[in-house]
Design a binder for this molecule. Sequence first.
Ligand code: ADP
Length: 470
Amino acid sequence: MSIRWRLTLFHALTMFVVVAVLTAVLIGVIFIVMHLLVEQPARDSANDTAAFIEAGSELDARELERLSEGGIFLIVRDARGRIVTQSDDVPDTIPTRDQSVWQPALETGFPQEGEADGHFIYVVPVIRPDEPLLLVETGKAYTIIDQGGLRLRIAPPGLAGIAAGAALVSILPAILASYLAARRAFTPVNAIVSSVQQISEEDLSQRLPVRSRRDELGRLALTFNDLIARLEVAFAEREQTLAGQRRFVADAGHELRTPLSSILGYTRLLRDWGLQDAEVAEESLAAIEREAARMSELVEEMLDLARGDEGLPLELEPGDVGELVAAAVEATRIAATGNIEISYEPPDAPVVADVDPDRVRQATGILLDNAVKYTPAGGTVTARLRAGEDWIAIAVADTGIGIDAQHLPHIFDRFYRVDSARSHSGSGLGLSIAQQIAEQHGGTISVTSRLGQGSTFTLRLPRSVPVATA
Ligand code: ADP
């Protein structure tokens, strides 16, 4: 059942109960009034008359008239029920014939009361020594309005009927009014429902209309809008991630294609000429090996990035970062072939930090290798380690070719190379990996560079990695 109908029924039922209770109260009040206006005067009149007779006074017409004032009729019967005397205004039909009250009074000798044809009837036996038994019977009509065709009785059965009827009749308008009110109240809800239905995954820019910020529905619409806004952001982020992944796959395919076609070319050369010409065979095999090594390096780098993207946890351990940097410098020095001076400026005091040593060494190695790669013979490469209270910074400065300002914002992008012809040996993934390592540690990587003068890359890491990024 819809809330609208449930509310309607609830209202109608409440209304019904209220009307029923009010009517019951009204009936109660009418009963009291009835008692005061109808029944009590009749009883008083009968008792007064009985006392009058018992006192031995003469019950003449004047006394009868006095005792039956106020719409009361008065009858005095003998022990067989026959009328001895009566007041003027006795209705000629019912009371004279009705035995239902005086008969029991006669039999029991006690006062009795009852109802006959819309009249309250009260009978008191008058018992005197040495005198025949008499019955004083009084009656008064329950009618409170008796005019023209309209006659309103306040007799109990009629009243109960009116009350029940009133309650039943009131329930229909109550249902209708409640239904209309509920429908009106739910109109904005329906508006919200149809607006929400129109909002699709493709178009999350839509918002629900907010009529008032103060009522419940206004707040509901605001909450929805808030939710949609968050969804919009989440979808945009997801779209961005997906686009990034698509680009990565396309770039990776592109990068792998070059060494692969080289390998295929040299294999064909080897098959066609290799057997006759030892020099061609030698050259082809060397080229195949070189290209395969390049592919292997590329695949290794891609796997590194993928592992980082997956969010594999770092293996953090407190250690002397100075030793790490010194080891990376040493490794680069051994691998470097050109005439480049590679030096390390250690900090004044040992720097201990919570880092993943393998990854930090890898990032430092990437920066050092790049510095060597992009610095012509005769240049210098300097690694420095500095530390603050909660951070450490590894800087690698070179006196190399530098990077043009227009490329600076992109050099950390995956597969981005400033000049692909010149840096043929690079994949464009090194700085992306270094940046990923920095971010995994909750740190940053930055660069300052001047074309033709050199570059400085700085890896800045917190001394202890915040839990969320670890
Ligand atoms: P690559 O494998 O090509 O070196 P990286 O991601 O490590 O890829 O670097 C991206 C690009 O940034 C390089 O192609 C190069 O043009 C530029 N670059 C990186 N380091 C330096 C540096 N020390 N001096 C000049 N250019 C650099």
